[in-house]
Design a binder for this molecule. Structure first.
Ligand SMILES: O=C(O)CCC(=O)C(=O)O
Length: 242
């Protein structure tokens, strides 16, 4: 069963915003992304690149995104998901429960420490997860047949969901297929159940997946250095504009 698309981020946990990036910028990001060294499904830690931090800032100022982001939000990560005929992959229904942090400090309620491609990740408490926003910028048109994200609307309001409940909710509620034009963005709450299948069209589907969060994860923890520099970069740009 496929649910019709509902554009309300609060109620559904996702929304599609067209035209966040114009054609010329898309061509520029095309060139930048093609020089990024890819791992299995893409590449993490893109905020270490200047062009990516600039884009994070631009997105945060886009009216439709600024409207739903806290004014002090910072970009904490950017991952490139690169799906294409020769690099095809799928992912089962899940929630995004981990955030990157600079260093390990054992804090009650923060668990599941792990390293991915050299970066340190941890699962924060639900209240922090609920304050995160993913902004997925589509570099290629994403249709029903090149591996779109499928989401289970409204499930971002249910907190952490067990694997068993995730499958049950997917079957009961149904999935919405997130079709997004090139240069558009899918806004998504990371607690929203989501999955994606392999592309069947042979056309590429590249996504820059930004995650924004509060200025600091916890008084004893900090975001990775690249994320902090993105916030500092925003302040510098504001100062230059004054
Ligand atoms: O981009 C996709 O198709 C999947 C992304 C995903 O599963 C995630 O962000 O956790």
């Amino acid at each position: 069963m496929n649910e019709p698309s509902d554009p309300s981020l609060d109620r559904s946990g996702y929304a599609v915003v067209p035209d966040v990036v114009d054609g010329e910028s898309l061509r520029e990001f095309d060139a930048q992304v093609s020089s990024v060294l890819l791992q299995r499904a893409g590449a993490r830690n893109l905020l270490s690149h200047d062009w990516c931090r600039h884009l994070a800032l631009r997105l945060a100022r886009h009216p439709a995104i600024a409207d739903v982001l806290a004014s002090d939000a910072v970009a904490i990560s950017c991952t490139l998901f690169d799906k294409r005929a020769e690099r095809n992959w799928s992912v089962g229904v899940h929630q995004d429960l981990s955030v990157p942090v600079a260093r390990r400090e054992d804090v009650p309620g923060w668990k599941g420490w792990t390293r991915k491609q050299g970066a340190l990740f941890v699962q924060p408490p639900e209240d922090l997860l609920g304050r995160l926003l993913a902004v997925r910028v589509h570099l290629d048109e994403c249709t029903a047949d090149n591996g779109p994200l499928r989401v289970v609307p409204g499930t971002h309001r249910l907190g952490r969901i067990t694997e068993e409940d995730a499958l049950r909710l997917r079957d009961e509620i149904g999935e919405a297929v997130c079709v997004v034009p090139a240069g558009g963005a899918l806004l998504m709450r990371p607690l929203l159940l989501h999955a994606s299948g392999k592309a069947v069209s042979g056309r590429p589907r590249r996504v820059l997946h930004f995650v924004y969060g509060p200025p600091s994860p916890h008084e004893s923890l900090s975001w990775p250095e690249d994320a902090t520099s993105c916030a500092a970069f925003a302040e510098q740009s504001a100062a230059l504009a004054d």
